[in-house]
Design a protein around this ligand. Structure first.
Ligand SMILES: C[S@@+](CC[C@H](N)C(=O)[O-])C[C@H]1O[C@@H](n2cnc3c(N)ncnc32)[C@H](O)[C@@H]1O
Length: 233
């Protein structure tokens, strides 16, 4: 899907995005994100890393999570190309008083960071929206230091009966509730379709290897259609 469409879509739902996330996932997205944050924090401790980018940060869930669990010396950036999403993140930041996160507008396909400058890059539920996924992943590889880590949390194809039943349920549930709460059911139809089309599991690992990652692995979360990819440069 092209970038302008995705940007407009997230602009239209930004004010209710957090409410929708909690409602539609029944709060489970917080558990998946906590797992990603724990993996990231463990990596930062091991490499004494000090620079983190949460890309496609949206309203900043992961950036806030890293800020809560790392020392002040760790620099945290949150970037998203959608201005209204970043404004929501800034609103939360003001409310929580977490001044050290640097939220900014930025495109995953043309990162403003220099080569080999970051220890950790995270993306939750953003990679499938990149207009060019390979380009997005090679940009992430470019800005990571040698031995840096990318953690990508994303939907994908389920491998179990329960997972597939859940996907079927979501294909009706997401547009219905999303439409009711934001007035934009098309956005939620798109969000569901984009996860079905996203290369998941081994297919995504193969794409990441081509994009410049040396070691790639993934874990699958219940109900089988959520993946956490750990990609090392
Ligand atoms: C489903 S939201 C996820 C937000 C947040 N990471 C979370 O997990 O709640 C996807 C986000 O990706 C952002 N996004 C999509 N393509 C992008 C790109 N090329 N560069 C930067 N952000 C992008 C959208 O603006 C949106 O905020």
């Amino acid at each position: 899907m092209n970038s302008a469409f995705v940007n407009d879509m997230f602009s239209s739902i930004s004010r209710r995005y957090d409410l929708l996330n909690d409602t539609l996932s029944l709060g489970i997205h917080r558990i998946w994100k906590r797992e990603l944050i724990s993996t990231g924090v463990a990596h930062l401790r091991k490499v004494a890393g000090s620079k983190v980018l949460d890309l496609a940060t949206g309203t900043g869930d992961l950036a806030f999570g890293f800020a809560k669990r790392t020392p002040e010396s760790v620099e945290i950036f949150g970037a998203d190309f959608c201005a209204p999403m970043i404004e929501e993140a800034a609103r939360r930041q003001a409310a929580q008083g977490m001044a050290r996160i640097q939220f900014r507008q930025g495109d995953a396909l043309a990162l403003e960071f220099s080569d080999q400058s970051l220890d950790l890059v995270s993306v939750s539920f953003g990679a499938r929206n990149f207009a060019d996924i390979s380009k997005g992943m090679s940009e992430i590889a470019r800005v990571l230091k040698p031995n840096g880590l990318a953690l990508i949390l994303e939907f994908g194809r389920a491998d179990s009966f329960v997972g597939r039943a859940f996907e079927k349920f979501n294909s009706a549930w997401l547009p219905f509730w999303g439409g009711l709460l934001t007035g934009n059911s098309d956005a939620y139809r798109y969000l569901h379709r984009s996860s079905e089309g996203f290369p998941s599991g081994e297919d995504f690992l193969a794409l990441c290897k081509k994009a410049g990652f040396a070691s790639c692995e993934y874990r699958r979360f219940f109900p089988g259609n959520v993946f956490l990819y750990s990609l090392r440069k």
